[in-house]
Unconditional design. Structure first.
Length: 144
């Protein structure tokens, strides 16, 4: 009776898993790693990489532009690069601005509370040419 119960349990839970050797695992890995370069008929255009062609044409000096502005952008040197993340430099620039401007503001307005002083510094900072956000906006204006 005990044997019958064991057989029923094995049938219910399935057979035991067989061990897989390292050689079998390695063979499976190699099968996945093999590159398949067979393309379906009509999909040959996928084999070309347009980004690589564009990079090669830029490296060779070929300029492809539909307007004068695009041509000037491609021909210009990297000296006029626009800062893409000005907010990353904003905190350090603001602290330097505050260190320099706080004594001047205190001298002009000696009876201001600290919060009022900070508020005026912030307003002055928003208009300052040292503000990286203002520099980015100015660079965009010059580019146009």
């Amino acid at each position: 009776m005990e044997e019958e119960e064991n057989q029923e349990l094995q049938a219910a839970y399935g057979a035991k898993a067989t061990k897989v050797t390292r050689a079998q695992i390695e063979a499976q890995r190699n099968a996945y790693k093999k590159p398949t370069k067979i393309l379906a008929p009509g999909l040959e255009f996928l084999a070309e990489n347009p980004n690589k062609k564009k990079a090669e044409s830029l490296a060779s000096g070929h300029v492809d532009a539909s307007s004068l502005d695009e041509a000037l952008d491609q021909l210009s040197t990297g000296s006029g690069e626009v800062d893409r993340n000005p907010e990353k430099r904003m905190k350090a620039a603001f602290e330097a601005f505050c260190e320099r401007e706080t004594p001047l503001m205190k001298k002009d307005n000696p009876f201001l509370r600290r919060s009022q002083l900070k508020e005026q510094l912030w307003k002055k900072w928003q208009k300052s040419p040292e503000n990286p956000l203002n520099q980015a906006a100015a660079a965009k204006q010059q580019k146009k």
